[in-house]
Design a protein around this ligand. Structure first.
Ligand SMILES: [Zn+2]
Length: 369
């Protein structure tokens, strides 16, 4: 018994699924995260599920059938479910659509079955493709025009000023309905602010599109596909003001790091959901050591923020860096803290190369050694 029983059976589901590459279909109908390889992930295709971290992975069931599963929302299914979830087709129509997509034509021999698995059709890029840089430049120019107005307002409301916007090549993606794009660029489900990831030399290495309304899009960020740009894991926003202190603020995400840079700090953003590892720690350590900067981790007041600190602190100590951990007060992230407390840089402890807790901070900010 299967869904065909409701209509005229034309295709066997097995014939169709055998000619459907689920990873390929997830790329087409879902939103891939940057990662390639056996642990590929996609954002959840179920509308209304905002998985900030890409939570869909693929597996084979005991029949050898490819299936996907969303680990944070417990959504799951096969290729047919994916089509019904992402379109308004019912199961029969979904099977039909997949059959057509697979090149199956009634009363003709079926196309050959491609061997599986073929998880990595596109090799991960080792350098960013020029199309990503074009996207960054285009979005920066959109931000300056009338279609950029909502993004400008959103950035200003977050306390990000025009000098910082310009220096960091921040832009506006007006959505794919307005701006057509090559496959693999941020999807453009709706209007988004674009935050390029710069390397220490100020060159664009990557970009993240931050949707203005994550509730409507079901996710907060979209990234380029790994085939277009390697995930840099770290980004170094440009400071436009005189150095405030000899401190490197390590922040979760670009919006916070941009705020730190705007206040005159050397800043680095940790990008993505992956827990910082040795290579991330080594890059932060060498960045700080070369510039003789003390290191302060600015951690979100949540479990993820604590995990970042717990992972990174011992790794930095192995590089003879004793990081401070700063959690903004009242459950705020740095962005919100800076908005409610414009004087926030002065509430950070004064810098010594040795970590010294500043007494009298009270509950304004939590400093842990
Ligand atoms: Zn889900």
């Amino acid at each position: 018994m299967n869904a065909y029983d409701r209509g005229t059976p034309r295709w066997s589901i097995d014939d169709v699924l055998a000619r459907t590459d689920l990873a390929n279909l997830l790329d087409e109908l879902g939103q891939p995260s940057g990662r390639l390889g056996p642990n590929r992930r996609w954002h959840c295709p179920v509308s209304g599920h905002e998985d900030h971290r890409a939570s869909v992975s693929m597996y084979r069931d005991h029949h050898g059938h490819e299936r996907w599963r969303c680990w944070s929302g417990d959504h799951r299914g096969d290729a047919i479910d994916l089509v019904t979830i992402t379109s308004n087709r019912d199961r029969t129509e979904a099977v039909d659509w997949l059959a057509t997509r697979a090149g199956m034509i009634p009363d003709r021999p079926f196309p050959p079955i491609q061997p599986k698995p073929a998880p990595e059709r596109a090799l991960p890029a080792t350098v960013m493709a020029p199309v990503v840089e074009r996207y960054v430049r285009l979005c920066a120019s959109v931000l300056r025009g009338p279609q950029g107005a909502p993004v400008r307002e959103w950035l200003h409301n977050r306390g990000i000023n025009d000098d910082t916007i310009h220096a960091n090549q921040i832009g506006a993606d007006p959505s794919r309905a307005v701006l057509r794009r090559e496959r693999g660029l941020p999807y453009g489900a709706a209007i988004a602010a674009t935050f390029p990831a710069l390397n220490p030399a100020g060159r664009v290495t990557y970009v993240q599109a931050r949707y203005l309304d994550p509730d409507a899009t079901g996710r907060k960020y979209d990234n380029p596909a790994a085939a277009l740009a390697p995930h840099p894991r770290l980004a170094f926003p440009v400071t436009t003001t005189a150095a405030y202190s000899a401190q490197l603020l390590v922040c979760e995400g670009l919006p916070d790091a941009v705020i730190a840079a705007q206040a005159g700090f050397a800043a680095v953003a940790i990008l993505g959901a992956q827990t910082p590892d040795e290579s991330v720690a080594a890059r932060i350590a060498s960045h700080a050591t070369e510039r003789d900067l003390a290191v302060t981790l600015v951690c979100d007041p949540d479990a993820a923020g604590r995990r970042v600190a717990e992972a990174l602190c011992p790794l930095l100590r192995a590089h003879d860096i004793e990081p401070r951990v700063l959690t903004p007060p009242n459950g705020l992230d740095l962005n919100d803290w800076a908005l409610t407390e414009p004087d926030w840089p002065h509430q950070l402890p004064t810098v010594h190369r040795e970590s010294v807790a500043r007494p009298g901070l009270g509950d304004e900010a939590t400093i842990e050694l």
